[in-house]
Ligand binder design. Structure first.
Ligand SMILES: [Zn+2]
Ligand SMILES: [Zn+2]
Length: 375
């Protein structure tokens, strides 16, 4: 355990932003090579790392994922292992997730699986939502397509070390909607000679808010938040000819996200048509909903029971998104929470620090799942 704690502190002290996790990968490689995985593959989906432990008999490919990236947040904690980089910090606890997965490597090296293949994936670029899909495509191409996938995320506000379980959706689907209205500018004294998107912006903002509050047909929670709008330039002599409106769409179910997307697009196109504007609609930072499979989540529940880890059932899914969702679309998967403590600072805060005391529970849960599937 002391060794794992030291690894966690080393990772914490040396955080790296999304897609820049090369130093982190090197530290992990150094640690893992002492525990002799059958294979240690670098540059998976970017700076990712895959450690493989093979069983002797045939069986499933079971993947366990930890995210590697830190955030552009300056840590304010006064710790001996506080971030050594101004403006970058492990404020989401991915240092702890990587340590837990390294702990699983220690266990598997002591007692290798009987059958199948344990695949320990250290995944880059979770915070930007790019890493999971990239790593999955890469693994599939290399012939390491998983049959099962598991991940965890620490969660403040819940009892330390408890399993936080959601039987269906664990984290919401979300996407950024980008709307661009193109008219043409004119002199502010002659607005009739231009084609201003001013009214279109107003109607789009009002319409999108209204539709997310009133439209029916959804089976679960949906949310639309206007996050940005821009019209013309600060030029008092000019009638604007260009505008942008952006919103974040969220839903607990992928079907509801499809419906919310359809309604939003219909509204935007109708507004553009009425105002005789050209319109361009695009999406950024798309996350599907992370939906657990019944079979996979049962393995996690069993593992908690065997290790006497208390379980808390989440009343509702998390409103945030997780790029592990791409795995849930690919194979039988489960992602669950690990309580960081009721009084623990929230994720992404400058005073957050992953609690070392929950590392052991995380390792036990992952190992419990691995033993059920791989022996
Ligand atoms: Zn985060
Ligand atoms: Zn995170």
């Amino acid at each position: 355990m002391d060794e794992l704690k030291r690894l966690r502190h080393e990772l914490h002290k040396n955080p790296e932003l999304s897609n820049k996790e090369s130093g982190t990968a090197l530290r992990l490689k150094f640690f893992l090579s002492r525990y002799r995985p059958d294979e240690l593959i670098q540059n998976v989906g970017g700076e990712g790392l895959l450690a493989v432990y093979n069983g002797v008999e045939p069986g499933p490919n079971v993947l366990f994922r930890a995210d590697m990236d830190a955030l552009p947040i300056t840590e304010i904690n006064k710790l001996p292992y506080a971030s050594s980089k101004e403006g970058v910090g492990h404020m989401c606890g991915h240092d702890g997730h990587m340590t837990i997965l390294s702990g699983l490597a220690v266990q598997l090296s002591n007692k290798p699986p009987q059958r199948g293949r344990a695949m320990l994936l250290f995944q880059p670029a979770e915070e930007t939502g790019e890493g999971a899909a990239r790593a999955l495509a890469d693994l599939t191409q290399r012939g390491y397509s998983p049959d099962y996938a598991f991940a965890l995320h620490n969660m403040p506000r819940y009892p330390s070390g408890s399993l936080l379980l959601s039987r269906e959706t664990f984290a919401a689907a979300s996407k950024g909607l980008v709307v661009k209205f193109m008219g043409h500018s004119s002199h502010a004294a002659e607005p009739e000679k231009g084609l201003s998107p001013a009214l279109a912006v107003a109607r789009t903002i009002e319409g999108l808010i209204h539709l997310s509050k009133t439209a029916s047909g959804y089976s679960d929670y949906i949310l639309l938040t206007i996050i940005y709008a821009r019209l013309g330039e600060i030029a008092f002599g000019t009638t604007p000819g260009y505008a942008e409106v952006m919103a974040t769409l969220r839903a607990f179910k992928n079907e509801d996200m499809a419906l919310l997307t359809k309604y939003s697009e219909e509204l935007v196109r109708k507004v553009a048509e009425e105002q005789h504007l050209r319109v361009d609609i695009s999406y950024v930072e798309e996350f599907p909903a992370a939906v657990n499979s019944t079979e996979a989540i049962a393995y996690v529940e069993n593992a908690a029971r065997e290790a006497s880890i208390p379980t808390v059932e989440l009343v509702r899914p998390n409103g945030w998104s997780e790029d592990f969702a791409h795995f849930t679309l690919h194979c039988k998967s489960a992602i669950f929470g690990l309580g960081s403590g009721v009084d623990h600072p929230e994720l992404h805060r400058p005073d957050y620090d992953f609690p070392d005391e929950i590392i052991e529970h995380g390792v036990n849960l992952f190992e419990g799942v691995a033993r059920q599937l791989l022996g």
